[in-house]
Write a protein that binds this ligand. Structure first.
Ligand SMILES: *[C@@H]1O[C@H](CO)[C@@H](O)[C@H](O)[C@H]1NC(C)=O
Ligand SMILES: *[C@@H]1O[C@H](CO)[C@@H](O)[C@H](O)[C@H]1NC(C)=O
Ligand SMILES: *[C@@H]1O[C@H](CO)[C@@H](O)[C@H](O)[C@H]1NC(C)=O
Ligand SMILES: *[C@@H]1O[C@H](CO)[C@@H](O)[C@H](O)[C@H]1NC(C)=O
Ligand SMILES: *[C@@H]1O[C@H](CO)[C@@H](O)[C@H](O)[C@H]1NC(C)=O
Ligand SMILES: *[C@@H]1O[C@H](CO)[C@@H](O)[C@H](O)[C@H]1NC(C)=O
Ligand SMILES: *[C@@H]1O[C@H](CO)[C@@H](O)[C@H](O)[C@H]1NC(C)=O
Ligand SMILES: *[C@@H]1O[C@H](CO)[C@@H](O)[C@H](O)[C@H]1NC(C)=O
Length: 224
């Protein structure tokens, strides 16, 4: 009995220690001259006025994760409200992904060979320019989408506060890739020309996914 209890205490300590040792930190900074409501799943969300930083810790092994920004939000004191772009079911602390248009950072930690995988995606449209940069482990491959996508957005894709992806607007297989075979289009090329390192359509297999050793920390800057 006592032995079992002791072992489980050691196990909890060991697991806690490993998780702490391998957790990744994301420094998320708003360099825009307007307020951004940063959002993360997992992680929640927070209001970032210009020059504010949110330090987000994420456990090792996290996958299928996203970080994005929301604009023109209003929330009540309970954290219920709405955002013009990137809204996540009307709550300040997101527990679901955002709605298009939103520029997205996607990542998975400690995957194959203990590598982190990350990319920037405009497959759900674009709202805020951003850059994503590894900070530690000698990992240096920064990715960004900082062109004036909103200003140059094709008229059919224009949305309040951003530039939609064509799937959101036209809902056809060609753009949404529901049959799993689709190629680049004039619309995806609009994004690709301006942001060559990012995912621009559902089956885009650019050299758009990057890796770092597990345990790397990262920085995300809105309006770098
Ligand atoms: C992340 O941000 C925090 C708070 O601003 C800062 O103390 C820390 O040095 C930053 N980390 C890195 C690696 O830049
Ligand atoms: C923010 O910056 C943009 C581009 O530099 C400028 O046009 C705009 O007036 C600025 N807005 C504010 C509120 O400072
Ligand atoms: C995040 O992790 C860093 C480094 O381990 C630690 O210094 C910081 O206190 C943690 N912040 C939060 C909010 O948990
Ligand atoms: C969103 O907010 C910005 C600055 O906070 C403002 O300039 C802009 O008009 C707002 N957009 C809409 C559609 O409300
Ligand atoms: C906020 O939203 C949650 C979830 O929808 C709901 O349970 C809660 O009652 C809301 N609070 C207020 C003050 O509206
Ligand atoms: C980063 O690279 C330098 C020079 O090659 C090396 O001395 C250092 O140990 C490396 N650091 C890490 C964390 O890998
Ligand atoms: C964005 O990425 C491109 C291509 O890698 C690079 O040339 C440019 O300097 C980057 N811009 C910013 C603001 O990081
Ligand atoms: C899937 O959709 C693409 C683009 O619309 C089309 O060219 C292709 O023929 C479709 N493939 C199948 C198997 O339906």
């Amino acid at each position: 009995m006592a032995l079992t209890k002791n072992l489980s205490v050691y196990f909890v300590i060991a697991v806690t220690y490993l998780a702490a040792a391998q957790a990744a930190t994301f420094n998320i900074t708003n360099s825009c001259n307007y307020t951004v409501w940063a959002a993360a799943k997992p992680g929640g969300g927070i209001r970032l006025d210009p020059d504010q930083t949110w330090t987000l810790n994420v456990s090792s092994g996290t996958s299928g994760a996203r970080i994005w920004g929301r604009t023109n939000c209003t929330f009540d004191s309970a954290g219920n409200g709405t955002c013009l772009t990137g809204d996540c079911n009307g709550v300040l602390e997101c527990d679901s992904f955002g709605t298009a248009p939103n520029t997205i950072v996607e990542y998975a930690l400690n995957q194959y060979n203990n590598l982190d995988f990350y990319d920037v995606s405009v497959v759900d449209g674009f709202n805020i320019p951003l850059s994503f940069t590894p900070l530690t482990n000698n990992c240096t491959r920064s990715v960004n989408c900082t062109a004036d996508i909103n200003g140059e957005c094709p008229s059919q894709l224009k949305a309040p506060g951003g530039c939609n992806n064509p799937c959101t607007v036209f809902k056809t297989n060609q753009y949404c890739c529901t049959n799993n075979t689709c190629g680049p289009t004039d619309y995806s090329n609009f994004f690709k020309t301006r942001c060559p390192d990012v995912y621009t359509y559902p089956k885009d297999c650019v050299s758009g996914t990057f890796t770092c050793p597990g345990g790397t920390d990262y920085s995300l800057v809105f309006c770098p």
